[in-house]
Each structure stands twice: as C-alpha cells, then as structure tokens.
Design a protein around this ligand. Structure first.
Ligand SMILES: NC(=O)c1ccc[n+]([C@@H]2O[C@H](COP(=O)([O-])OP(=O)(O)OC[C@H]3O[C@@H](n4cnc5c(N)ncnc54)[C@H](OP(=O)(O)O)[C@@H]3O)[C@@H](O)[C@H]2O)c1
Length: 304
C-alpha cells in the first residue's frame, strides 16, 4: 500500500539514498557550525570532494582543530570565521569579514542549529532557538546573497529538519510570552520559518542560476540538545542514541545536494536526506511566507 504524500517522511529516511562522486575541486564553500555533528561530518566530506572551506563557528579552539585536520587530511584551503549566532552583531561582522576576504562563494550551507528544553533569550533578546536557527541564518544568507549570486551557478543549502512537523510558529508570539514553552515546538517554529523564507528566496531568484534548498540530515548522533539539563542529556545519550545513525549519512546527503549535477536546476525543495519530500502543510502556507519574510527582515535590522 502506498502512503499518502504527507506521510512519506515516515519511510523516506529508510529508503536507499543517492550519492555522487562528482568533484568540486577549487570551489569555495561557506559552512556554519562545523565543530561537531552534522556540520563537522559535512565539512570533511566537502573537503574530500576538493572544495576550499570557510568554517563559521563560535569556538575558536574547536574550529582551529577542525581546520588543521581538514588541511592535513584533504590538502584544501580552510579558514575560520568566528561568530556566535545568538548575537546578530557577530553575524554581521562575520559576513563582512567573508565579503572582504573571499571573492566567491559557490556553496553556502546553513547548518548551525540548537534545541532548548526551556525558554532562553539570545543576546538580542529573541527566543534563542528562533534566533540561532532562523533569524541569524536569515541575516547571514541575506548579507552574503549578492556574493553567492555573483558566483552562480551556486547553491545555498539549509540543514533543516523533519522537526518542522512539530509546528509551533505563531507570528504573534515569537518570544513565547503567551504560551507555555515547548522545546519541540520552538524548534519546529524555527525550522518552519526557515522553510518559508527559503521558498520566498527561491521564487525571487528563480532565473539567477543560484539554487536554494532545504534538507533533513537523518536522525543522527550529535551534540544537539546536550546543552540542556542532566535528565535530557541522560535520555539522549543512553536511550535516543540507540535509534540514531552515524553522521556520515548526513555528510553524504549534504554532499550529494551541493555537488550532484542532477540538482543543477532544482530549487525551492525539501529533501529527506536525498529524497525530495513534501513538507508539513503549515510550512507550505503561501499566505504567511510574505509575513515571515517581512518580520525576519525587521527583526534582523535589514529594514527598520
Ligand atoms: N542530529 C540530528 O538528528 C538532527 C536531525 C535533524 C536536523 N538536525 C539539524 O542539524 C544541524 C546541526 O545540528 P547537529 O545535530 O549536528 O548538532 P551539534 O552537534 O550540536 O552541532 C551544532 C553546531 O552548531 C554550532 N552552534 C550551536 N549554537 C551556536 C551559536 N549560537 N553560534 C554559533 N554556532 C553555534 C555548534 O557549535 P559548538 O560546538 O560551539 O556548540 C556546532 O558546531 C542543526 O540545524 C539541526 O537542527 C539534526
């Protein structure tokens, strides 16, 4: 029996995934959050494919270790730019450094992501998950956009999540002041906002030669959520981990989505690893696309 489109996400993750052996020698990839998990594995795979990397991370020591490893193992150029995405000033500074120093960006991968079980505020006083996962990546992408466009054919890829299906986006309560905080739903809200702005950007730039897509990297063993309380960390490490995969599956999927010639002209899509999939209905709501775009513009200071 064939599942309806809406439910295919249940099985897609277990389907055989696509891979590519295409090489991307000498091309330049900006990737955020490479000090652990999905981002680290993806950076290794991209370096193996031959691209130079700009790693955008918040921790200089951890990032330097990754840089040294990639340069030693894959003989590509790797640079580090430091930014804490909980602070939009730092996102702006990182974008300026990149624009000043790197004349092309062939690939931009927005990977940084967090999951909080209790409500916290960012430096800019937004709910932290919404800022780190959505607002900061939105700002970062917009500030680098012209450079990515000038480098076209180029690709932007968001590491999104099946977690967008948790819902939770309420444009009248982005800071969770009127609702009881839910870690799953705040995560869902941030990932839905990402998706809605991706559709908008894809439409705006349809003829540009640049593509923009989103993907779920699989359920994989990483550090996400390990900033939460002891109980949650215990549950994750000693229970959840039993059901999760190695981050190599995420890395192969990300590499396929940025390097495969099969996706040269594919834009505005959501992939479960490498399988194109229909997102949840509320992530397809064209009515709120423009609203999310405008609010994100305002909150990040792109328009006052
Ligand atoms: N793991 C999964 O099963 C899964 C499933 C679906 C989607 N995802 C998505 O995959 C992406 C990567 O997450 P992960 O699972 O690999 O988690 P992870 O191991 O915790 O990696 C997250 C990365 O983001 C960085 N980061 C976190 N907060 C930051 C901030 N405020 N400023 C700058 N960098 C920050 C971390 O840096 P530090 O090392 O300094 O903390 C780390 O490099 C996220 O977008 C997540 O939503 C993961």
């Amino acid at each position: 029996m064939e599942l309806p489109e809406e439910l295919k996400f249940i099985v897609n993750g277990r389907m055989p995934q696509k891979k590519t052996t295409a090489r991307i020698d000498g091309r330049v990839c900006v990737i955020t959050g490479t000090t652990s998990g999905v981002g680290l594995a993806a950076a290794r795979r991209i370096a193996k494919g031959g691209a130079d990397l700009i790693l955008v991370c918040r921790n200089q020591n951890k990032a330097s270790i990754v840089k040294d490893e990639l340069e030693k193992d894959y003989h590509v150029n790797v640079n580090v730019v430091i930014a804490d995405f909980a602070d939009l000033k730092q996102v702006r500074r990182a974008s300026s450094i990149i624009l000043e120093n790197y004349p092309r960006i062939d690939f931009l991968i927005n990977n940084i992501g967090i999951h909080n079980t209790s409500r916290k505020l960012s430096v800019d006083e937004f709910e932290a998950v919404f800022q780190v996962n959505h607002l900061a990546s939105f700002l970062f992408t917009r500030l680098l956009l012209n450079r990515v466009l000038e480098s076209s054919p180029s690709r932007i890829l968001y590491v999104n999540s099946e977690g967008h299906r948790f819902g939770g986006l309420d444009l009248n309560d982005l800071n969770w002041l009127r609702r009881r905080y839910s870690g799953f739903q705040s995560y869902g809200a941030s990932k839905i906002a990402q998706l809605l702005t991706i559709w908008e950007l894809s439409e705006q730039l349809a003829e540009s030669g640049m593509t923009i897509n989103a993907m779920h990297p699989g359920g994989v063993r990483t550090n996400i959520g390990m900033n939460n309380g002891l109980l949650y960390r215990f549950y994750q490490r000693y229970f959840l981990y039993l059901f999760l995969s190695n981050t190599e599956i995420s890395a192969e999927a990300i590499y396929y989505l940025i390097a495969s010639p099969e996706l040269d002209k594919v834009s505005g899509k959501f992939f479960n690893q490498t399988i194109e999939e229909k997102p949840a209905i509320y992530a397809l709501d064209r009515e709120i696309v423009k609203k999310v775009w405008k609010i994100s513009d305002q909150l990040t200071g792109l328009t006052s």
